[in-house]
Design a protein around this ligand. Structure first.
Ligand SMILES: [Fe+2]
Length: 358
């Protein structure tokens, strides 16, 4: 490796660092690491293995540049030499070092490429949680290249860990939000699980529309929190069995705005707000709070409106029995164009029928 190549490698390493820290999506981070490792180390084969420290099992997480049948083994057991590698962190590792002799022979018989692979530990706070591996039969790596490879492993470790932590944080938030929403709904005469079902029905429509991951995340949260504003509605109105008076109806209709106001205290919830604020708008403009019409109503809200109504129709309430799913879909179709977006109703019916839900 000459001086220019070293400088180029350092530059690429810096680019990698910028790229992998630009997203907090674990799958995207892993994909980026594989691609950059492949170009930086000039190899077309990259493996990422994750370690279960207690069971001493290495599990294949992804195999970039391999055909499926080339990697028939997904788990490597008895990784007894792995601790040895932790002691020598920063060094590249070979499969021969981390597998018992017999296992190594057996694995390399079915996967000959393993004997040519070198690995860099993926570790956080001195604890290995996986391996980043590269393979190139045609050439041997120089010491500098292997140093760069180790640096790449360190970068990858931090990025994967960051993304995983972010995912866990988001999951915790979703669980907390769901628990809060269910607690609020339990004051309502709804049957339990309304929030969860509205979320699931909404996501079916989003999947059929090929929503991006981020759009789905926002929709999911909006569906969970759509009735959060009911926290501000008095029990006497919320739990009233039978029809509400005109005055009570006006108060009840405040819940989307109350929900939106609650969310406005958290800047991060801006993309969730449309579903919460507008889920009672009607496609023909006769809904509330603003009387928006057609596609003026944010799509998040048009989806939640369908999911919400479908669950309300199909579950038992103190004052009436729920109808079957086929009947509920008929009712949604009937109200397509007036209450609901007819195109989205059609999509929902299709996914429910195709999904064998009926
Ligand atoms: Fe509502």
């Amino acid at each position: 490796m000459n001086k220019k190549e070293v400088i180029d490698s350092l530059r690429s390493l810096h680019d990698l660092s910028k790229a992998i820290n630009s997203t907090l999506n674990v799958e995207e981070v892993v994909e980026m690491i594989e691609k950059k490792t492949s170009s930086l180390m000039r190899t077309n084969r990259v493996l990422i293995l994750l370690l279960d420290r207690t069971k001493k099992v290495l599990t294949l997480h992804s195999a970039f540049g391999f055909d499926e049948e080339e990697v028939p083994v997904k788990n490597f057991y008895n990784i007894k030499a792995f601790d040895h590698c932790i002691v020598h962190k920063g060094m590249v590792i070979t499969m021969e070092e981390i597998l018992p002799e017999d296992d190594y022979r057996e694995y390399t018989a079915s996967m000959p490429f393993l004997s040519d692979m070198v690995f860099a530990p993926l570790e956080i706070k001195g604890e290995a949680y996986g391996l980043l591996g590269i393979s190139d039969r045609k050439r041997k790596y120089s010491a500098i290249e292997l140093e760069i490879f180790c640096a790449l492993g360190s970068q990858a470790s931090v990025a994967i860990e960051n993304a995983s932590l972010y995912r866990r944080l988001k999951d915790t938030f979703i669980h907390t939000a769901s628990a809060l929403a269910e607690a609020i709904n339990s004051r309502d005469p709804y049957t339990g699980g309304h929030t969860k079902r509205v979320k699931e029905y909404s996501l079916k429509i989003a999947d059929a529309l090929d929503f991006l991951e981020e759009e789905k995340e926002n929709l999911k949260l909006a569906a969970i929190l759509h009735d959060i504003g009911k926290i501000g509605i008095d029990d006497a109105i919320l739990r009233k069995v039978g029809h509400l008076s005109g005055e009570e109806e006006v108060i009840m209709q405040k819940h989307p705005e109350i929900g939106a106001r609650i969310l406005s205290f958290a800047d991060e919830m801006g993309d969730v707000m449309p579903g919460v604020c507008y889920h009672h708008e009607w496609y023909d403009g006769s809904g509330y709070p603003e009387g928006l019409e057609g596609e003026e109503i944010p799509i998040q809200a048009r989806i939640i409106a369908i999911a919400d109504a479908f669950d309300a129709l199909t579950t038992n309430r103190p004052y009436r029995k729920g109808i079957d799913m086929a009947g509920a879909l008929e009712e949604l179709i009937e109200k397509g164009g007036s209450q609901f977006d007819p195109f989205l109703v059609e999509i929902f019916c299709k996914t429910m029928r195709e999904g064998g839900e009926l």
